[in-house]
Write a protein that binds this ligand. Structure first.
Ligand SMILES: [Zn+2]
Length: 357
């Protein structure tokens, strides 16, 4: 089958996800972030994921990981990288960064910006590193998100946003391409997403983990609303009913990648609770997610002329997602990277030394 896609990763996110430590960018070494990312890429690949969209990681680490994977130097899924997550001073994911002095660190995962020109500059900084897309997060003013989206689109980059309530209205107005998470929004906002072709990556699984482990959602002082396992499913069903394009993303931060492949299977099961059949959930995980990556012509299905991102699993996931627990083989871009369930790296090939003249 075509390789699975995870549209929402933070490959370099710190292992220890306690609130004081989550965004403590100042403590992050770029080398350490890259090594942590390599480990997460290994977990994704062993779970059948052949493409990840990284929506916020430290410094240049996601770009280094992308290049190393593409060259065959490390086994893992192909990486589509947003670079740093951009938010306002004190915005989502930057609540602790200021206290810890992290926003000044070039290895930070979050970049804060204030004012439209500053948001434009933050987008350009990701573009300069080689970003494949831009990731924004609430909070922001209408003028700020308008500037950021305009700049990204001028540079040919799609924009995804992590937002809620009125910030979703602003994001739709600004013309973003996709919206992450199952956070609250009006029925009008759902209808506008459908009408404007704005995709949703509902990321049900992290909110299940949060509500089960914390008894509620306390992730951000600025995000005050009722959120539980029922409300996230209700929002997902509304999006589905409205005809919004929906893809699979897991947002496994901290040590949650250790829940793979169960976390991926849980998200697929979540999609069936939204009204998708098993086959439709797998289409969302492959073909539709490839379209959200703007790679629909090259990834997501097995067809002549497409890139060969192919996995072999021990069973039929159309009937039982548990088959995804036995990913035996994975090719990424036609290159064997998983063999008998283990990471595979082609052996060193000796080159001849220069001949003596
Ligand atoms: Zn995230």
């Amino acid at each position: 089958m075509p390789g699975l896609i995870d549209l929402h990763t933070h490959l370099t996110f710190l292992d220890n996800a306690d609130a004081g430590n989550i965004y403590s960018n100042s403590l992050v070494s770029g080398a350490e972030a890259a090594m942590r990312g390599q480990r997460r890429m290994a977990i994704e690949l062993q779970s059948g994921v052949t493409s990840v969209r990284d929506v916020g990681s430290h410094g240049d680490a996601p770009f280094v990981l992308k290049r190393l994977q593409a060259s065959g130097a490390i086994p893992g899924p192909r990486v589509f990288a947003a670079g740093q997550l951009i938010t306002q001073t004190g915005g989502h994911a930057a609540l602790h960064a200021i206290r810890l002095g992290g926003v000044e660190n070039p290895n930070a995962m979050v970049r804060t910006a204030s004012g439209p020109d500053s948001w434009r500059e933050a987008v350009r900084a990701q573009f300069a590193q080689g970003a494949d897309l831009i990731k924004l997060a609430s909070e922001y003013s209408q003028a700020e998100i308008d500037a950021a989206v305009d700049e990204a689109h001028s540079l040919g980059l799609p924009v995804t946003v992590d937002a809620e309530t009125r910030y979703i209205d602003m994001a739709i107005e600004a013309g973003v391409d996709s919206i992450e998470h199952p956070l609250p929004r009006s029925d009008e906002a759902v209808a506008r997403m459908a009408k404007r072709g704005i995709a949703s990556v509902p990321t049900l699984v992290p909110y299940r983990i949060i509500t089960r482990s914390s008894g509620g959602y306390y992730g951000s002082t600025s995000r005050r609303f009722e959120l539980n396992e029922d409300t996230i499913l209700q929002m997902g069903r509304k999006l589905r009913r409205a005809g919004v394009k929906m893809g699979i993303g897991l947002d496994l931060i901290g040590d949650w990648p250790e829940y793979m492949p169960g976390a991926y299977i849980d998200e697929l099961n979540g999609f069936t609770q939204l009204g998708f059949s098993k086959s439709e959930a797998l289409v969302a995980a492959t073909k539709t997610s490839a379209e959200i990556l703007r790679m629909g012509d090259r990834l997501g299905t097995i067809e002549v002329g497409k890139l060969a991102d192919i996995i072999v699993v021990g069973g039929n996931p159309d009937q039982d997602f548990q088959a995804l627990r036995q990913v035996e083989t994975a090719f990424v871009n036609g290159r064997l990277m998983l063999k008998e369930g283990r990471l595979f790296l082609a052996g060193h090939e000796e080159k001849s030394m220069p001949e003596k003249k």
